[in-house]
Unconditional design. Structure first.
Length: 358
């Protein structure tokens, strides 16, 4: 860094007990100026250690995309080219594999608007988030397509159908980044003891606030309270491209009452764009964090990034459930903020063992 700068305060919270795609008991780093976030996530982390199976995380899919834009004279020409391009997916996949050790083409989607042809390439990118990897691959693919189809002209290397760092529907539908689902089953007694609430109250609030409230607000494939808080804090601590919280925070919280009063709670994050190698990961503080998270171990390509995505999804669930529980009790949210911000969230609360809530 050059010039004056203010470091972002960072605390390690937890540990979180995680099962599923990753089996671990792991503390996580959160870099934030919003100090109540630490004990809030800490409360969820403590809960994860008290329930059977902890927080179960499933990584459903992983891919990075880049959409190229071609220009034709008319729609008929664009449609014919789109069909020809998708029919040669195997040949295009060979081009990608020949130019990269890790990038692999797995899917092609096309859209025609007037005389414009959008071609969305989806690739796996190993442990990298893959922004530059897919752009480099797209350049080679675009060059080959233009050689095959002289009736097309170059429009742009990125046509926004990707869609990168924008709140869109396409990423949730077709996938971009790691698609993760984090879920927990909390017995009735622990809901009362640890969350000071009940399954019925949390389910009702989630429906009224996250689901109905988000529809009223016009949210786009998103129904949650504050995924962005946990994502940004985790992204900054681990050298991620922080602008990706724009699409990363488009997720859905879901809750059900089970049995006599147990709480099933889940957070679905359709597009977590994260990596353990690449730009930003060479900073000493980032390297140290990734090592402590177990994301620098010798594993098959992609497994470290998969582990990181699972840790992030579980962290999001911890903070989301804690906040919703607090909001079921009138006045609790503001009291907690005032208490924690005046005391600086220091002591045991900052590491997740205090009783304060977000």
């Amino acid at each position: 860094m050059t010039g004056d700068h203010t470091p972002v305060p960072t605390r390690w919270v937890g540990p979180l007990r995680i099962t599923g795609t990753v089996e671990t008991l792991q503390e996580v780093p959160l870099a934030t100026f919003e100090s109540p976030l630490w004990p809030s996530v800490g409360r969820g982390a403590r809960l994860s250690r008290l329930v059977d199976d902890g927080i179960r995380v499933t990584i459903v899919d992983e891919r990075m995309t880049r959409s190229t834009l071609f220009v034709a004279d008319d729609a008929a020409t664009a449609v014919a080219a789109a069909r020809a391009i998708t029919a040669r997916t195997d040949q295009l996949a060979e081009i990608v594999a020949a130019g990269s050790r890790h990038a692999r083409l797995i899917d092609i989607d096309t859209e025609v608007v007037g005389n414009l042809l959008f071609v969305r390439f989806a690739l796996t990118t190993g442990d990298a988030s893959g922004h530059n990897m897919v752009t480099l691959a797209a350049e080679s693919l675009m060059e080959r397509v233009l050689a095959w189809h002289p009736e097309l002209r170059y429009g742009s290397i990125s046509g926004n159908y990707c869609s990168d760092k924008k709140a869109t529907a396409v990423n949730g539908i077709l996938g971009r980044g790691r698609r993760a689902v984090a879920e927990i089953l909390v017995p009735e007694a622990l809901v009362a003891e640890q969350l000071r609430s009940s399954a019925d109250r949390i389910v009702e609030l989630n429906t009224r606030k996250n689901l109905v409230g988000s529809v009223v607000a016009g949210a786009l494939r998103s129904a949650n309270a504050h995924y962005a808080n946990m994502l940004l804090a985790f992204y900054l601590a681990t050298g991620q491209d922080a602008a990706n919280i724009v699409e990363g925070s488009q997720g859905i919280s879901y809750a059900e009452r089970r049995g006599a009063g147990d709480l099933y709670f889940s957070c679905t994050l359709p597009h977590l764009i994260v990596g353990t190698v690449g730009n930003g990961k060479d900073q000493p503080v980032v390297e140290a964090a990734l090592q402590r998270l177990g994301c620098r171990d010798e594993r098959e390509p992609g497994e470290n990034a998969r582990r990181l995505a699972a840790l992030i999804a579980a962290t999001v669930l911890c903070g989301e459930l804690s906040l919703l529980a607090a909001q079921t009790n009138p006045g609790e949210l503001m009291r907690s903020h005032l208490l924690l911000e005046r005391t600086g969230a220091t002591g045991t609360g900052a590491t997740g063992e205090g009783e304060a809530t977000r």
